[in-house]
Design a protein around this ligand. Structure first.
Ligand code: FEO
Length: 408
């Protein structure tokens, strides 16, 4: 049974939704699923833009045969070679030996490394940035988008109707389940968190590369009518797209979306957790309610990373463990560094029954391993459980945070 949507009069979404995969890239939870988007253009020539993960291949093939309706498939255009999009190349070529592949030099190299397109001799068409290609009425041009998300990634702009095939850019976790356009779903309320989690965990490290792509997009923004990413809904060029571009701009410049506090704690027996709850209540008592509290041991780090990109202030509260930082907290710190997170204001709470060390170690990590992190004065030290002295320090930390947030 086919499941397709019309993007324009002659362009169809022919991708697949994924609900049975628990971990994207075998690391990031996707409880709302994910979509693998592929698009089929019916011009004088027929053109398939990217394929789908092997898991969605059967649906994908049925969709293509339905839309082609007996026509040959003239071209397969590959913007991104990661297997969640390239996994079905060989299945397409087996069914359509008439198809030529259009892509760039690095993508062809990766295709062969992965063992895709193994009989490709003679039907590869190599393009590079700035080249144009005509399919009949539709003329396209190619823009390289290195490291958004892999080095071979490129985006393709249809100069005829303003459709931008944006590869991983502007994608999101979440299966689309029959919806196509972002304005058909409550994106801001129900999708934004997953869009941020997708972007920051997958491409967060490469902010400057995203900035380059945004700069190119801005220079042709008046020509862009529709943005077709490889995951999640399609964007029409309206105020919603501008709002989403602004989010991308902030995330890729490592600027927080909101003035607010992310509180992440590592607690073994509930005493550090109790300190964090006391701090949260003190913030609320002071009229500051834009904060979130997470247990680092029970929250997948991809969610923590997403929230860290969202908020301006972070409170890290950790027990000492083997004279070091509690391992899940240390993993979170390492992930922040790996994803190039920067420009945040951080407060530290430490706990240790005989030799509290986590505060020194966390501060040293923030100051020496990360960029532009401001550590607030007034670290709170707890010896086993909160006593009167630690209670006073928590009061002072609440004042310091509120002052730093500019909400005295
Ligand atoms: Fe969705 Fe980088 O692949």
């Amino acid at each position: 049974m086919h499941c397709v949507r019309k993007v324009t009069d002659d362009l169809y979404w022919v991708g697949a939704n994924e609900h049975r995969l628990h971990l994207f890239e075998n690391i990031h939870p996707i409880p709302r699923g994910v979509s693998y988007n592929s698009y089929l253009l019916l011009d004088e020539k027929t053109v398939l833009f990217d394929t789908v993960d092997w898991a969605g291949c059967r649906q994908f093939l049925e969709n293509i045969e339905y839309v082609l309706d007996g026509r040959p498939l003239d071209y397969l255009l590959i913007n991104h070679l990661e297997p969640d999009h390239a996994g079905s190349i060989d299945e397409i070529l087996i069914r359509h030996p008439e198809t030529s592949i259009i892509s760039n030099e690095k993508a062809f190299m990766l295709m062969h490394q992965f063992g895709f397109h193994i009989d490709g001799e003679g039907r590869d068409i190599e393009v590079k940035e700035g080249d144009t290609f005509s399919f009949g009425a539709h003329n396209v041009t190619f823009v390289s988008a290195p490291m958004v998300h892999w080095p071979e990634a490129m985006v393709t702009l249809d100069l005829t109707n303003g459709v931008l095939f944006s590869a991983d850019a502007f994608g999101t976790f979440g299966a689309i389940d029959g919806h196509l356009f972002a304005d058909e779903v409550p994106f801001q309320e129900e999708w934004l968190d997953d869009a941020r989690r997708y972007l920051t965990n997958i491409v967060g490290k490469y902010g400057p590369h995203i900035q380059r792509l945004l700069g190119i997009a801005a220079s042709v923004l008046d020509k862009i009518k529709i943005v077709c990413p490889l995951h999640g809904p399609v964007w029409r060029a309206d105020e919603n797209l501008l709002w989403f571009i602004d989010k991308y701009d902030k995330w890729s410049k490592y600027e927080p979306e909101e003035k607010g506090v992310l509180i992440v704690y590592a607690s073994m027996y509930g005493n550090t957790e109790a300190a964090v709850m006391a701090l949260a209540s003190k913030l609320s008592q002071r009229g500051h309610n834009n904060y979130k509290v997470y247990d680092v041991s029970s929250t997948h780090v991809s969610y923590l990373i997403s929230e860290t990109f969202k908020y301006s202030h972070i409170v890290l509260a950790s027990v000492t463990y083997n004279l070091g930082v509690y391992p899940p907290m240390l993993d979170y710190l390492h992930d922040m560094k790996a994803l190039n997170l920067q420009k945040r204001t951080v407060a530290v709470i430490e706990n240790g029954s005989w030799a509290p060390k986590s505060g020194d170690l966390i501060e040293a990590f923030l100051n020496n391993e990360m960029k532009e992190m401001t550590v607030l004065s007034g670290r709170v030290t707890i010896n086993s459980s909160v006593n009167e002295s630690a209670e006073r320090e928590l009061e002072e930390l609440a004042d310091t945070l509120v002052e730093s947030l500019g909400e005295e």
